[in-house]
Design a binder for this molecule. Structure first.
Ligand code: AVJ
Ligand code: FE
Length: 436
């Protein structure tokens, strides 16, 4: 019954917008005014920019594009246009001060909920299945992850807390699994809130390969460091080697050696690097070098998605590794429920049919692939979401981190960043071609 579907999607849209705003509110109220307007890293915007940008995108898409409203404050659009001002320049802009930014975002939200109540969920592509509302909930959640990165970069005492993931017995399953060769369906044409770059569904041929059962751990990465991995050009691409030399990189971001142990700073607290946790805050060059040192390689994006979605029993692609059901806490570490990845081998209920764990949640996983459009790609609803980033400069990350909300995470979801970036919640797993 399409009317029932529309009501279910409308409820999901309301719930997703509310969940996102609760998170935004937490991330922008746990520090005071000066911390909201300060720039904690040239890589990031001031938190107060993210806050008003969230409201401004919501205004542009839900109030103006969907409902045809006039601009509330047309003069601020340019301040919050990510393409007009690089992050490093944003603190110098005449931004709305914290109280005004909060009021603006709340004002937009009130009107957006009124629009949502009356919107038809069929008809134009923008409102079909509530897409515009899902897109805006995902946009806010993406900025909530960005703001959590800003919190991680911020100096000063701890302001955010969350319970740690359940401890699990050391993972003793197989280190890798075989993914059979052959075609599978990559991307989607029927996931209602999938973004333009995930579309359309298409068949992809993949040769047989083996992939790590879990993400690479801190202990494994530390073995690479201690084997002189950062001193050996042969493990690195030419650009990777030049990059780590120029910037004197010798370990993941936030790590510090202390005698025989490694420490790391995490949301204002220094701790011993936990050996069983997936490694976090490595750039693509580091992931690629580790894989070469280990006699392996990064999986391609298609390999990653086949490992995450392919069900050999039904010979079909599922929405998630565990099936088609929405993510629940037993499946994956998502939604900033914890402020760290769970130990390798966690979430047996989230395992793929082939036995691969933690593909969704915990850490974004670098893949070998450049960010490129799928055959039949159409930019929607704006070129600046995906299209302008396609090309060889950006590498694809898959699977989402502990900081991603389920609304912005699927087996088809694609993220991308420059190969030098490591302030993001990035890790990886490795693969190798099956000898045939
Ligand atoms: C998909 C995470 C690369 O943060 O630059 C937010 C998401 N796009 N606002 C980003 C996004 C517009 C985007 N990433
Ligand atoms: Fe944005």
């Amino acid at each position: 019954d399409p009317a029932l579907d529309a009501e279910a999607l409308r409820e999901r849209a309301v719930a997703s917008l509310i969940t996102a705003r609760d998170r935004t509110t937490l991330l922008t109220s746990c520090v005071d005014g000066p911390d909201l307007t300060a720039q904690h890293s040239p890589l990031m915007s001031p938190l107060v920019w993210d806050l008003a940008h969230i409201g401004n995108q919501e205004e542009q898409w839900l109030l103006r594009a969907v409902a045809g409203h006039e601009a509330i404050r047309p003069e601020i659009d340019t301040l919050y246009d990510a393409f007009e001002h690089p992050r490093a320049e944003r603190p110098k802009l005449p931004l709305l001060p914290p109280e005004e930014a909060r009021r603006y975002a709340a004002d937009v939200r009130g009107r957006a909920l009124d629009v949502l109540e009356r919107a038809a969920f069929h008809g134009t592509r923008l409102t079909e299945a509530g897409f515009a509302f899902g897109m805006i909930a995902q946009h806010e959640q993406q900025h909530d992850e960005t703001m959590l990165i800003t919190h991680q970069l911020r100096r000063g005492p701890q302001v955010l807390t969350a319970p740690d993931p359940e401890p699990v017995p050391l993972f003793t399953g197989p280190a890798e699994v075989l993914v059979p060769g052959g075609p599978f369906t990559m991307g989607t044409s029927d996931e209602p809130w999938a973004l333009d770059n995930e579309r359309p569904a298409h068949r992809r041929e993949v040769a047989p390969f083996r992939i790590d059962t879990t993400p690479v751990t801190n202990a494994a990465y530390r073995a690479f460091i201690e084997d002189g991995g950062y001193d050996e050009p042969r493990w690195w691409t030419a650009e990777g080697w030049a990059h780590i030399r120029r910037n004197s990189l010798t370990a993941p971001l936030f790590w510090r050696r202390d005698g025989k142990q490694w420490l790391r700073r995490r949301f204002g607290v220094t701790e011993v690097v936990p050996p069983d946790e997936p490694v976090l805050h490595v750039c693509w060059y580091e992931a690629d070098a580790y894989a070469r040192w280990a006699g392996r390689r990064l999986p391609t994006e298609a390999e990653w998605e086949k490992a995450a979605r392919y069900d050999p029993a039904g010979d079909r692609s599922m929405r998630y590794p565990w099936g088609d059901a929405e993510p629940a806490p037993e499946h994956a570490n998502l939604g900033q429920r914890h402020l760290r990845p769970a130990p390798a081998g966690s979430y047996p209920a989230g395992e793929s049919p082939l036995g691969v764990r933690q593909l969704i949640g915990d850490v974004w996983e670098w893949t070998a692939s450049d960010f490129l459009p799928y055959p039949g790609f159409r930019a929607f609803p704006y070129k600046e979401y995906s299209e302008v980033f396609f090309g060889p400069e950006y590498k694809v990350l898959r699977g989402g981190s502990f900081a991603v909300d389920p609304v912005a995470c699927r087996g088809t979801f694609r993220n991308w960043d420059l190969p030098i970036r490591r302030q993001i919640f990035s890790g990886f797993r490795t693969a190798r071609s099956e000898d045939v």
